[in-house]
Ligand binder design. Structure first.
Ligand SMILES: Cc1cc2nc3c(=O)[nH]c(=O)nc-3n(C[C@H](O)[C@H](O)[C@H](O)COP(=O)(O)OP(=O)(O)OC[C@H]3O[C@@H](n4cnc5c(N)ncnc54)[C@H](O)[C@@H]3O)c2cc1C
Length: 385
């Protein structure tokens, strides 16, 4: 049986209250804004007020190591918190966002830690990661953007696409190839500050659910070797570490969204009467509820098991792939059933369900499409046997 410690359970309760009191009341405004402008998410003013509240409550730097002023919470506690936050239909993160934090902690030099990790850990700087290219997404080892050494500097040329959170990022982690190697060989990470000459935000791309991603061009961009993150040609492993952290987190987000969809559906079907009976009394509906509850139970065990293993320093790449596939498919099905149970109301932009549905739809693509994860899981199993 998995149980959170008393301390982590109290933190989970604090987050539950934060979600109810601070996030949920903003949903209506976010939904209206998305319906009228197509832009989902919080306004700057809303975000600022929320971040101030987070600071006041200590909901800050939760998985940041103590030496950088954080709470250094284990992944199991982080997952429990993420599930609560994801009940709300718009994205919100207690700063800093975990994946880049883990990548920087693993490979940054002392100087890079001072310059980038410290402000990032304090929530004063934001960042994103640019891996995908027009010709290489699900298989990032096909990337062709390239860095060439020039004295003490690097000259970078190439193009990245689908990159999230670019405008608000103070720096990006850029993955490019060095040398003529194939597949993972030569893949190297660099830290690129906003405003660097030759770093061009080519266009904003509107995604479903009011999200935005960006296409970036690097045109003879010169950066110093001190901006290299980790060893030349050894960028793939820390990038994978980062992706693994995100994939576990996505499992927890899917649990939160599924729970919300279930809450909404069960509330509705107890009241709605058709053909002389409550929807709750129909077997079709009961099976949706039963199947969703069963999958949520399985998913929570998968997420917490992988988090506990990650806390123990174990390699959870396979578990992370399994979670990513299972959780996103579970959430999509559960939200779909909830929308169906609401009939026409489920098709409106007035309920948070459609926003959650769009969100989870994109989650089946980013951090690796489901089919690629299935391939990876199967390869590891077949390879092992
Ligand atoms: C909302 C959103 C945010 C994103 N944010 C970022 C970001 O911040 N940074 C970043 O670098 N990238 C980001 N991405 C890009 C994302 O990681 C890629 O889109 C993803 O990895 C898939 O790559 P692709 O689009 O090139 O699809 P492809 O690799 O061309 O795959 C297309 C489809 O082909 C199928 N397929 C591919 N390979 C296989 C296989 N081996 N077996 C069976 N079927 C297969 C799958 O169905 C897949 O969906 C984001 C994407 C989205 C949608």
């Amino acid at each position: 049986m998995f149980e959170l410690s008393e301390e982590h359970r109290m933190l989970q309760e604090l987050v539950q209250k934060f979600v109810e009191r601070e996030l949920m009341p903003l949903e209506k405004a976010v939904l209206e804004r998305e319906a009228s402008t197509g832009k989902g998410g919080l306004s700057d003013a809303e975000e600022e007020a929320l971040l101030a509240k987070c600071k006041e409550l200590g909901l800050w730097g939760l998985d940041v190591p103590e030496e950088w002023g954080g709470a250094n919470l284990p992944a199991v506690a982080i997952m429990a918190i993420q599930e609560e936050v994801a009940r709300c239909c718009f994205p919100f993160t207690f700063p800093p966002d975990s994946p880049n934090l883990h990548m920087l902690t693993a490979v940054a030099t002392p100087e890079q830690k001072r310059k980038y990790l410290e402000p990032y850990a304090r929530g004063e700087a934001q960042s994103c990661i640019a891996i995908s290219e027009p010709g290489a997404g699900g298989d990032p080892s096909g990337m062709i953007s390239r860095a060439v050494k020039d004295g003490d500097d690097w000259i970078i040329n190439g193009r990245k696409i689908w990159v999230s959170r670019v405008p608000q990022s103070d720096f990006i982690i850029l993955m490019v190839r060095v040398g003529e190697g194939k597949r993972h060989e030569g893949v190297t990470a660099f830290i690129v500050e906003r405003g660097t000459k030759g770093f061009i935000i080519e266009r904003e791309i509107k995604m479903i659910g009011g999200a935005r991603t960006y296409e970036l061009v690097f045109d003879d961009m010169r950066i110093s070797d001190s901006q290299r993150l980790g060893e030349v040609g050894k960028g793939f492993a820390p990038m994978q570490l980062r992706l693994t952290v995100r994939r576990l987190q996505m499992g927890a987000w899917c649990l939160g969204m599924t729970r919300r969809a279930m809450e909404m559906m069960t509330e509705h079907v107890k009241q709605r009467v058709t053909f002389g009976a409550r929807l709750a009394d129909r077997q079709a509906i009961q099976w949706w509820v039963a199947d969703t509850a069963t999958k949520m139970h399985a998913c929570r065990l998968m997420v917490m098991d992988a988090a506990a293993k990650a806390d123990a320093g174990k390699d959870v790449r396979t578990e992370a792939s399994m979670i990513k596939v299972f959780a996103t498919e579970m959430a999509q099905e559960a939200i779909d059933h909830a929308m169906q149970s609401f009939g026409a109301m489920g098709m409106t932009k007035e309920l948070p369900l459609q926003m959650m549905m769009n969100k989870v739809r994109t989650m089946r693509i980013y951090e690796g499409p489901s089919e690629v994860h299935r391939m990876t899981i199967a390869r590891r199993i077949i390879g092992k046997n």
